[in-house]
Every structure is written in structure tokens, then in C-alpha cells.
Design a binder for this molecule. Structure first.
Ligand SMILES: CC(C)(COP(=O)(O)OP(=O)(O)OC[C@H]1O[C@@H](n2cnc3c(N)ncnc32)[C@H](O)[C@@H]1OP(=O)(O)O)[C@@H](O)C(=O)NCCC(=O)NCCS
Length: 184
């Protein structure tokens, strides 16, 4: 018997899930990742929290202008869990292709939400930020993105500014929030 009162064979399945060890890896974003990337960002539930405008399907063609920016960043990584790509994370560059401390993260596979994937990926990003000599990391969150706001608060971010213009979503007015975390 285990100290929890169950033999290993008869432990509740939730317990097994909690104890499951997963392997998270990161690799640079490649051109072949574009269709998977688009399938994630075209989901309505992701669009709604990632864009302040009306829904618009993004295609490889409509995306081509941004593609050079993505490969130019060289600081965009796919998040892979147990051999499956589940999302992406990285830092933005400015117009001169210089690194900024502004990050982005999307767990595109919504079935993977709330399993600690985002937190683990952000902890990896904080280490990367320190390697890159960044003392703080910043991000932008739409005010209607309650899930992400709870997530960032848990990770120790604070809201430092509210940006214009404001936008309407489902009859309510929101602004974009600038968040920041100082690295130890
Ligand atoms: C926001 C996002 C990255 C969170 O990733 P995730 O893997 O689901 O988050 P985690 O499971 O690592 O959560 C870590 C902690 O954040 C908080 N959190 C995450 N989701 C939450 C939710 N829906 N409600 C309340 N708190 C939440 C909790 O404190 C959680 O810890 P707990 O599960 O031990 O309570 C993910 O939902 C996502 O990619 N959303 C769509 C894209 C997006 O909004 N990106 C951010 C744009 S600024």
C-alpha cells in the first residue's frame, strides 16, 4: 500500500495524471510550422483574446508579409510536449530587428490548457531572458483576456500601463494592458 491508502495499481486516475512526467522541449520556429501556427491562431477562442478587431481568417498568403518578421526574429520557439507541438513562445524584435524584452506565448492546442504547460514554458523563457541579458520582460494583454491575466498574475507580473485605443468586445469596452516582470 502507498502512504495514500491505495496500492499503486488502484490509485485514482487523477492521481496518476498529477504524477505524470512530461518532457517539454523548445526548437526554433521554421517555415514548415506555418500551417500549424495558422490553425492555432485562426481558432475563434484564441482570436478573441489575441486581436481587438473583428474575426478575419488568416491564410499563408495574408500572412506572408509577417513571415519575414517571424524568421527574422530568430527568437520564436515551438513548444513541444512529449513529441507533439502544442504552441509557441518568443520575444519580439523592433523594426531594426533588435531584440526587445516583449514576449508572446500561445498554447495553441486548447486541450493542453490548464495543465501547467504555459507556466513551464514561461519559466524557460525567463531563463532565456536572463541569458540574453534582459532585466525585465514585458507583454501586452487584451483586457478581455481574463485567462491570461490570471496566468500572468500567478507568474508575478504586474500591470504597468493601459494603452489606447480602447476596443469593444461583446458590448463591453476594454483596453490593452502592458504587463511587466522584473527578473531576479
Ligand atoms: C494564457 C495561456 C498561455 C495559459 O497557459 P496554460 O498552460 O493554460 O496555463 P497553466 O496551466 O500553466 O497555468 C498556470 C497558472 O495560471 C493560472 N491560470 C491559467 N489558466 C487559468 C484560468 N483559465 N483561470 C484562472 N487561472 C488560470 C493558474 O494560477 C494556473 O495555476 P494552477 O493551474 O496551478 O491554478 C493559455 O491559456 C493560452 O495560450 N491562451 C491563448 C493565447 C493567449 O491568451 N496568450 C496570451 C496572450 S497575452
Amino acid at each position: 500500500m502507498s502512504p495514500y491508502g491505495h496500492s499503486a495499481k488502484n490509485r485514482p486516475s487523477e492521481f496518476k495524471e498529477l504524477c505524470k512526467i512530461v518532457t517539454m522541449k523548445f526548437r526554433l520556429f521554421e517555415h514548415d510550422d506555418l500551417s500549424l501556427y495558422l490553425s492555432w491562431i485562426n481558432q475563434k477562442e484564441i482570436w478573441e483574446v489575441d486581436n481587438s478587431g473583428p474575426f478575419e481568417l488568416r491564410t499563408p498568403e495574408s500572412f506572408s508579409a509577417q513571415w519575414n518578421k517571424i524568421v527574422g526574429w530568430q527568437r520564436s520557439w515551438m513548444i513541444n510536449v512529449d513529441g507533439r507541438d502544442i504552441g509557441y513562445i518568443g520575444f519580439l524584435s523592433n523594426q531594426d530587428d533588435q531584440l526587445t524584452n516583449e514576449f508572446f506565448i500561445v498554447i495553441g492546442e486548447t486541450s493542453e490548457w490548464r495543465k501547467g504547460r504555459g507556466k513551464a514554458a514561461m519559466e524557460w523563457l525567463f531563463e532565456k531572458a536572463e541569458e540574453l541579458g534582459l532585466g525585465t520582460v514585458t507583454g501586452q494583454v487584451l483586457g478581455n483576456n481574463e485567462r491570461a491575466l490570471a496566468f500572468y498574475e500567478r507568474l508575478g507580473f504586474r500591470i504597468v500601463a493601459e494603452q489606447d485605443p480602447r476596443f469593444e468586445r461583446n458590448g463591453k469596452i476594454y483596453s490593452t494592458l502592458l504587463i511587466e516582470k522584473r527578473l531576479e
